[in-house]
Design a protein around this ligand. Structure first.
Ligand SMILES: [Mn+2]
Length: 489
């Protein structure tokens, strides 16, 4: 979808995500200006909680941005989401005849000509700025647009420190923006009240096991992240959970500084069945409703969940564990044909990729020495080429897909997703692929040889396994897959 095609719709709604930050607002503002100039009737909207962050409120005021807060929307012919993807969790879904997306996050929706998504950019403002340039947009006549876009980039990349692409640098150096105004906005992130809320929360921090817990008064959710960013730097906090009352529940923000705790996993654990949460390894956020806590006070609820989480897992490190594999039963891998694909048949050598296995994501770098295996359930996992050649015979028959689930790998640079099946061939285990394995008696986090940052999660009943002659190479096999692919000796 090009900007000129959008203008031809005549009536357009541009929607920012539900926690509007300078990036999404700048993009919406720039599109609003361009489309209005090109004869379209445009509304710039957002939903969710009203903005309260002083820098965002000030940005809207000083740049005279016609941003409307709405709860309902008459069905538009064309709805454009900026800095977010229609239907994703961070943006209210309004019914529309057609939607277009401009974003710089990892693709979450099917590929379409109506979606312009460039995850390699540090901000969505970079994308919109580049598209406007190509349309010949007159930035000199619109200094507020230039200022908004540069400010959007600055906030999304932590003052430029996390710029990812040459285009981000081009925008940062673009001299149509008002540097003094940007400086003022950059230094207006907090109110004095906010500072007190953060100070009080930090002053009353508690340590539960190795996790720091901060309780804050009701505040903008961004403040919880800010408090967490400070607290996670405390040496004895492996991880920090900050929470505050929010609407009819509590809002959570999690920061992790160790690989043993993924922030996204901890927030999923705390909110399971009681709310929702998401994020990345290092940062995550979530919400729990008071109703779901069934009369338990929020502090008691969160504390109990944190304790339960910490006592739940065994930690198993490949090459450094004391699991007695020698006394575990032996199993033989059944000679069922499965698929494999050399990673460099899918992406070029040296590309960092994320392999989405059933037990968790594993990061590897593409090389002719690393293959991917596709198991009976469509699960994938990496294997070294020499190990593959020792353990498997390549078949001349084509690979037949047996699973419903089509495994994909993700290029961590570009965000591009590719299916593994298209490159897959068939192979079969050589006669004697023997492992030692036993079901897990407790949930476990397994740190494989493959990834020094992330771990695989095993649940009670899944199998912990190692090759018969290499007990250091530990991995997890899901219970159902184990019973389909191994027989006891
Ligand atoms: Mn953004």
């Amino acid at each position: 979808m090009t900007l000129s095609k959008i203008a031809a719709f005549k009536e357009v709604v541009v929607q920012c995500h539900d926690a509007p930050d300078p990036d999404t607002i700048a993009c919406g503002f720039a599109l609003w200006r361009f489309l209005t100039d090109n004869g379209a009737k445009v509304r710039l909207i957002y939903s969710g909680a009203k903005i309260t962050k002083p820098n965002v409120v000030l940005m809207v005021k000083l740049l005279e941005i016609p941003l409307e807060h709405i709860v309902a929307l008459p069905r538009p012919k064309l709805l454009i989401t900026v800095d977010c993807q229609y239907g994703a969790g961070n943006v209210t879904r309004f019914a529309c005849d057609r939607f277009a997306v401009f974003d710089h996050h990892r693709q979450e929706i099917p590929v379409s000509d109506d979606h312009v998504i460039f995850p390699q950019l540090g901000s969505c403002s970079t994308l919109i700025w580049d598209l406007l340039r190509k349309e010949g947009f007159d930035f000199a006549a619109n200094p507020k647009i230039a200022t908004a876009l540069v400010y959007g980039l600055v906030t999304d990349t932590i003052d430029g420190a996390e710029m990812r692409h040459p285009l981000d640098r081009d925008l940062l150096e673009f001299d149509g923006a008002d540097a003094a105004l940007i400086r003022k906005l950059r230094n207006s992130a907090l109110t004095i009240e906010d500072l007190k809320i953060v100070a009080n929360a930090l002053a009353a921090s508690r340590l539960i096991g190795t996790i720091g817990l901060l309780q804050a008064d009701a505040c903008d959710p961004n403040l919880l992240g800010f408090a967490g960013d400070i607290a996670k730097q405390v040496e004895c906090f492996d991880c920090c959970v900050a929470y505050a009352p929010h609407n009819a529940g509590v809002k959570l923000s999690i920061r992790s500084s160790v690989r043993e705790v993924m922030a996204s996993e901890l927030v999923a654990f705390i909110t399971e069945g009681a709310g929702s949460g998401g994020g990345s390894m290092e940062k995550a956020g979530g919400y729990i409703s008071l109703k779901a806590m069934e009369g338990v006070a929020p502090d008691e609820f969160v504390t109990a969940k944190i304790k339960e989480y910490q006592s739940r897992y065994n930690f198993i490190y490949s090459d450094n564990h004391n699991i007695d594999f020698a006394s575990m039963p032996r199993y033989r891998k059944l000679p069922i044909p499965i698929g494999f694909a050399p990673t460099n048949d899918i992406f070029s050598n040296g590309t960092p990729i994320c392999v989405r296995t059933l037990e968790g994501d594993v990061d590897v770098v593409v090389s002719s020495e690393i293959y991917l295996m596709i198991g009976v359930e469509g699960e994938i996992y990496p294997i070294r080429r020499f190990r593959f050649e020792e353990d498997y015979d390549v078949l001349s028959d084509p690979y037949v897909v047996t699973a419903e689930y089509a495994p994909a790998i993700i290029n961590k640079h570009s965000g591009e997703k590719k299916t593994v099946i298209a490159s897959a061939r068939a192979c079969v285990p050589k006669a004697e692929k023997i492992i030692r394995a036993a079901p897990l008696g407790r949930d476990a986090k397994v740190f494989t040889r493959w990834d020094t940052e992330k771990y695989l999660s095993g649940k009670i009943g899944d199998y912990v396994a190692a090759s018969r002659d290499d007990f250091g190479n530990v991995y997890i096999v899901k219970r159902e897959i184990f019973h389909k692919t191994y027989e006891s000796i």
